[in-house]
Design a binder for this molecule. Structure first.
Ligand code: GTP
Ligand code: MG
Length: 224
């Protein structure tokens, strides 16, 4: 399914003429990582500000939409939550194409999920665009007593893979919004690099703040 086509958005995320004019850009993002690391919980925390300790493993794939604002631009985030279980791999990797950003998640209390990060990274390289931006996330940082992956090891692996890094907690709402904010920022920066020469489109205000609400009209910079 090509939602970019359906929503009349060009592959670099810019909107074409379309009846659906209620956003300026649409970014397709994917959450990936082993089963039970907390991908669905992370998305629910971000989109609905809710959390449940019950574990209902995702079947296949699901998505939520959230609109954020960067300066005066409306960015629709289409966030795909993939099943971590191996048996859904064929379905989930089909959605990698066209994704502009990935949140690759492990669980800081689960060594196996951390050891699998390299494989997930290879999946991204195999199935997605070269330009896709990736943030490595060590989730469940509220469970300090059960930690088996140190912050340093997480950061080191992220550096080796060329990814940015956050430790988060979907449960305690730590760094959830910041992770999405950073991902949108680095996608915008990448777009800015790509589009710099595109008919004088003024792209990229690197430190422009991403918010959930429209900014006042005083801003003149196009942040994205
Ligand atoms: P799959 O859908 O099978 O790929 O798993 P998932 O990565 O979506 O995991 P899910 O979000 O369903 O969470 C798995 C379990 O971890 C659930 O019981 C959650 O309540 C719990 N959990 C998720 N995030 C956190 C967190 O930040 N802290 C703690 N303590 N528990 C969490
Ligand atoms: Mg899930």
């Amino acid at each position: 399914m090509d939602l970019y086509g359906k929503m009349a958005v060009t592959q670099d995320g810019r909107q074409k003429d379309s009846p659906d004019q209620n956003f300026d850009y649409m970014f397709k993002l994917l959450l990936i990582g082993n089963s039970s690391v907390g991908k669905t919980s992370f998305l629910f925390r971000y989109a609905d500000d809710s959390f449940t300790s019950a574990f209902v493993s995702t079947v296949g794939i699901d998505f939520k939409v959230k609109t954020v604002y960067k300066n005066d631009k409306r960015i629709k985030l289409q966030i795909w939550d993939t099943a971590g279980q191996e048996r859904y791999r064929t379905i989930t990797t089909a959605y990698y194409r066209g994704a502009m950003g990935f949140i690759l998640m492990y669980d800081i209390t689960n060594e196996e999920s951390f050891a699998a990060v390299q494989d997930w990274s290879t999946q991204i390289k195999t199935y997605s665009w070269d330009n896709a931006q990736v943030i490595l996330v060590g989730n469940k940082c509220d469970m300090e007593e059960e930690r088996v992956v140190s912050v340093d090891n997480g950061r080191l692996l992220a550096e080796q893979l060329g990814f940015e890094f956050f430790e988060t907690s979907a449960k305690d709402n730590i760094n959830v919004k910041q992770t999405f904010q950073r991902l949108v920022d680095i996608i915008c920066d990448k777009m800015s690099d790509t589009l710099e020469t595109d008919q004088g489109v003024a792209m990229g205000t690197p430190n422009a703040k991403l918010t959930d609400n429209p900014s006042p009209p005083a801003h003149t910079d196009c942040g994205c």
